[in-house]
Design a protein around this ligand. Structure first.
Ligand SMILES: Cc1ncc(COP(=O)(O)O)c(C=O)c1O
Length: 417
C-alpha cells in the first residue's frame, strides 16, 4: 500500500488498468467462468452487491434481511428441485453456501458425520470419475475415502458400476445432473434406487443443472427425473452463480430430511466470545452475493428463467450442430442441456488443443480437458449471440491447423494460485 492513500479516481483508474489483461466476458467469448443474463441484470447485481458491501452474513440477528433473503433463496431452489412434491417427503431443508465447492464439501462432511453415527470409522463415498473435483477436495479435507469408478462410453456413470465399488463402509453414492466435463446427466433414478436399497445417502450434484434442468423440463426439452421426487435422493446442490445468473458466491445445499440438514449446523457454547452457531464453512461472510442472488430471482422471475434457458439451449443446439458439421470434429457423448465437450474424431489426424490455441488467439476462452483431449463449452444466455461466430472460427481453425500439433498438452479448469 502507498504511504499516503491515493484519491478515489486514481484507485479506480489503477483497478481498471489492472483489469486490462483479464478475459473480456462481455462479448460472450468466455465459457464456464462467467454466466451472463445481459447488462440490465448485471447492473442490478452490481447495485445489490454494493448495497450490502459492508453487512456481515455471519449474524442474521443484526441483519435480519440477510436471513430473509437466504430463506427465500433456499425455498425457491428447493421448489425447483421437487421439494413441494409429495414424493419429497415434506421436509426438504437447506442452506446458502459460497458456491458449488462448499455445497459439495458440506454434503460430504454431513455424510461423514452420518457414518460416525453408524460406527463407520473410515467411510467411503463412491462417485464416477466425472463427478466434480470438489469431491476429491472434500475427501481430502474430511478424511473420507473417495472411490472413483470409470464412466461408460457415454461418459455417464452407471448404478451397476457404482454398486460394484460399494462396501460396508460406503456412506454415500454420487450422481451429477449434469456432469461438468461432458454435460451428461448420470442415470439418477438408478443411482438413487441403489442408494435406497443399500441404505446409504445419495447426493445429486446439480450445481450446474439446478437452475437449468427444471426449466428445460418445463419447456418440454428434457424428460429425466433427477431431483427429490426420486425417493433415494438425500441431498442436492444447485448453484445460483451459474445458471441462476447471480453474482459469484452463492450456491444452495439441500437435504431431504430435517435431521440430515441439522448435521450441517456447527454450534459451540463454551467460547469466551459467546454463542457461535453457523451453517457455513466461513464465519464472517459477504452479504452482497446473497443480496445479488435474491435480486436475480426476483428480477428474472420464473418466466425470465424459462426464456434464458430457451436462449441458452437454442444456442447450445446450434453450437452442437456446428461442431458436428465440421469434418473431423465430434461432440463427446450426448449432452442434453447446454454444457458440452468436443474434440477430434481421430486424435491422430487433428489436435484439438492446437485448434483451441487458434481460438484463444481470437479471444475465445474454452477450457481444455483430457481423456480424451477436448475443449469445453458452457453455453449460457450471454454467449448465445456469439455462437455463430464461434462455429465459423472453429471451422476456420480446424482448416488452418490441419495436421499440425501443439507442444502444450496441459489442461485447464481452475487455478487460484
Ligand atoms: C457439476 C459441478 N459441481 C460443482 C462445481 C463447483 O462449483 P464452484 O466452482 O462454484 O465451486 C461445478 C463447477 O463448475 C460443477 O460444474
Amino acid at each position: 500500500m502507498p504511504e499516503q492513500g491515493l484519491p478515489r479516481d486514481q484507485v479506480m483508474q489503477r483497478l481498471i488498468a489492472l483489469k486490462q489483461g483479464d478475459q473480456d466476458w462481455r462479448g460472450g467469448r468466455v465459457f464456464s467462468l462467467v454466466y451472463s443474463a445481459g447488462d440490465d441484470v448485471h447492473e442490478l447485481l452490481s447495485d445489490a452487491v454494493a448495497l450490502y458491501s459492508a453487512e456481515n452474513g455471519l449474524n442474521v440477528l443484526a441483519f435480519p434481511s440477510i436471513g430473509t433473503m437466504q430463506h427465500d433463496i433456499v425455498r425457491n431452489t428447493a421448489s425447483l428441485l421437487g421439494a413441494d412434491d409429495a414424493r419429497a417427503g415434506g421436509e426438504v431443508e437447506g442452506y446458502v453456501t459460497s458456491g458449488g465447492t462448499e455445497s459439495l464439501l458440506q454434503a460430504v462432511k454431513t455424510a461423514r458425520d452420518v457414518a460416525r453415527d453408524r460406527g463407520i470409522a473410515r467411510p467411503s463415498v463412491v462417485a464416477g470419475e466425472s463427478a466434480h473435483a470438489a469431491f476429491t477436495k472434500a475427501a481430502d479435507y474430511f478424511d473420507v475415502d473417495l472411490i472413483r469408478v470409470p464412466v461408460g462410453t457415454d461418459y455417464r456413470v452407471s448404478a451397476d458400476t457404482l454398486a460394484e465399488a460399494c462396501t460396508d463402509d460406503t456412506i454415500m453414492v454420487v450422481g451429477s445432473a449434469p456432469s461438468y466435463p461432458h454435460g451428461v446427466i448420470d442415470p439418477i433414478a438408478d443411482i438413487a434406487a441403489l442408494a435406497a436399497t443399500r441404505g446409504v445417502l445419495c447426493h445429486v450434484d446439480a450445481c450446474m443443472g439446478g437452475f437449468l434442468l427444471p426449466f428445460l423440463t418445463e419447456l418440454g426439452r428434457l424428460d429425466v427425473p433427477f431431483d427429490f421426487r426420486l425417493p433415494g435422493v438425500t441431498s442436492m446442490s444447485a448453484d445460483l452463480h451459474k445458471y441462476g445468473y447471480a453474482s459469484k458466491g452463492v450456491s444452495v445445499i439441500l437435504y431431504r430430511t430435517r435431521d440430515l440438514a441439522r448435521k450441517q449446523l456447527f454450534v459451540t457454547t463454551d467460547w469466551l466470545g459467546g454463542f457461535y452457531a453457523s451453517t457455513a464453512m466461513a464465519g464472517t461472510r459477504p452479504a452482497g452475493p446473497v443480496a445479488a442472488a435474491w435480486a436475480a430471482l426476483m428480477h428474472i422471475g420464473h418466466q425470465g428463467y424459462l426464456e434464458l434457458t430457451r436462449t441458452a439451449h437454442d444456442a447450445a443446439r446450434e453450437l452442437r450442430a456446428g461442431i458436428d458439421a465440421v469434418d473431423g470434429l465430434q461432440v463427446r457423448g450426448d449432452p442434453p442441456a447446454t454444457v458440452m465437450a468436443f474434440g477430434a474424431r481421430d486424435p491422430a489426424r487433428l489436435d484439438i488443443f492446437a485448434v483451441g490455441e487458434r481460438l484463444a488467439d481470437q479471444g475465445w476462452y474454452l477450457d481444455r480437458q483430457n481423456r480424451p483431449d477436448s475443449l469445453h463449452a458452457t453455453v449460457h444466455a450471454g454467449s448465445a449471440a456469439a455462437v455463430p461466430m464461434l462455429v465459423a472460427d472453429l471451422a476456420q481453425a480446424v482448416r488452418e491447423v490441419g495436421s499440425s500439433r501443439t507442444e502444450r498438452r496441459d489442461t485447464t479448469y481452475g487455478q487460484s494460485v
